[in-house]
Design a protein around this ligand. Structure first.
Ligand SMILES: [Cu+2]
Length: 259
């Protein structure tokens, strides 16, 4: 009886803590509210399973508690119960996973008006490359990488000649402009995470991975590397500043010297 009461108090405490907890996601600043919906759905499904299973255990502890005259029943199989358990588990898991598949399709399909922007991760800092006036990023290759050309821009590609390179952890973005981040690493695995954008992706040396988001709220956000990438990992911090259209335009006109 005592164990059953402790169990029920723990369940109640856990649910109340979850509902009243001040530790939750930072306010969202991008188009990915669907991510928050899937997390909420997962909490509902797993929360229901957690509460029901524990109430059932507490019920069994009381109902089948030890009595001198009681004998255990031997029932190795119950087709009816197993069928119900299989159906309920299937419905619960499908409810959690199916929306994720639809949202993943959106994650891997950047919109047509999305701006390509390159992020270069290195132990342990960030650089960025934005398309110049031609609106296109030039070709890059590891074979062109030198101390003077750390991004490996191909000198023979005209599209690359006006690219804007930012050797600074601060990246400016325009509000309501979808951006596809092309992710390159020159050394080890890193990860691109702006918690307020709700999407994250690994950098894999030797390939270009990508992620897209539409920043919808002006502000200044931390850019984190969320892949343990060496002793300086903790210091691999960047900053993404989402500007209004006017602020971004005046910044762009000033940043031509960065070319
Ligand atoms: Cu890193």
């Amino acid at each position: 009886m005592f164990a059953a009461i402790v169990l029920l108090v723990l369940v109640l405490g856990t649910v109340v803590f979850h509902l009243l907890s001040p530790w939750y996601f930072t306010p969202i600043a991008s188009n990915w509210s669907s991510m928050d919906s899937t997390v909420t759905l997962t909490f509902i499904v797993t929360g229901l399973a957690f509460v029901l299973v524990n109430i059932f255990i507490a019920y069994c502890l009381i109902k089948f508690r030890n009595k001198p005259e009681r004998r255990a029943e031997y029932e190795p199989e119950s087709i009816k119960m197993e069928s119900w358990l299989t159906i309920l588990t299937t419905v619960g898991i499908a409810a959690m996973l199916a929306p994720g598949l639809l949202i993943w399709k959106d994650v891997v399909t950047p919109p047509d008006d999305s701006m390509n922007l390159e992020v270069l991760a290195r132990q342990w800092n960030w650089s960025y490359r934005l398309p110049g006036e031609d609106g296109k990023l030039g070709a890059v290759a590891v074979s062109h990488t030198t101390a003077d050309n750390p991004l490996g821009i191909d000198p023979s590609d005209p599209f690359g000649q006006d690219d804007i390179i930012v050797y600074d952890p601060v990246l400016h973005l325009k509000v309501d402009q979808p951006v596809t981040f092309l992710l390159r690493s020159t050394d080890v695995l890193h990860n691109f995470t702006v918690p307020q954008f709700r999407v994250k992706m690994d950098f894999v040396p030797g390939q270009v991975s990508y992620i897209w988001a539409e920043p919808q709220k002006e502000g200044s956000y931390d850019l984190l590397c969320e892949e343990l990438c060496g002793v300086g990992h903790y210091a691999m911090r960047g900053r993404v500043i989402v500007d209004s259209e006017e602020a971004y335009a005046s910044l762009a006109s000033r940043s031509t010297h960065l070319r």
